[in-house]
Design a protein around this ligand. Sequence first.
Ligand code: AMP
Length: 130
Amino acid sequence: MASIFSKIAAGEIPSYKVAETDNCFAFLDINPVVRGHVLCIPKKEVDYIFDLDDDLYNDLQAFTHRVARAVKQVCPCRKVGMAVLGLEVPHAHIHLIPMQNEGDMNFHHHVKLTDEEFRTLADQLAKAFR
Ligand code: AMP
C-alpha cells in the first residue's frame, strides 16, 4: 500500500503544496512546530532517507536547498533548520524549520494554523520557490 506521502505527491490526498520537481515534492507539515515548517520528500517511496541511491539523495538535498531559500525569504527567522526523523511516516522526508532560536527545533511543541493561514503560506512559499 502506498504511503500517505506517496499519495500526497501523487495528488491523491490533499496537501498544502509548496514546490515540485520531477523527483521531489514539498508541502507544509500539517502539525507544524513553528509557522513555516515544510517537509521535502522524494516522490519515490523509500522509508529510510539513507537508503536512497546517491542520485536521488543528492537530488532531494538540492531540492531542499531551493525550498529552504524560499522559507528564509517568506518566514522571518535567523536561519532555517533542517532535520531528519522519520519515526512516524515510513517515507523519507526532510523537515525544514524557520528558527529564531534553538528551541524552535522542538518536535514536542506545535502551533495551530487555520486552513486560510496554511493556504496563504503555501502560496507565498510557492511563489518564492526558484
Ligand atoms: P516523522 O516521521 O517523525 O519525521 O514525522 C512525520 C511528520 O509528518 C510529522 O511532523 C507530521 O506532522 C507530518 N505529517 C503527517 N501526516 C501529514 C500530512 N498528511 N500532511 C502533512 N504533514 C503530515
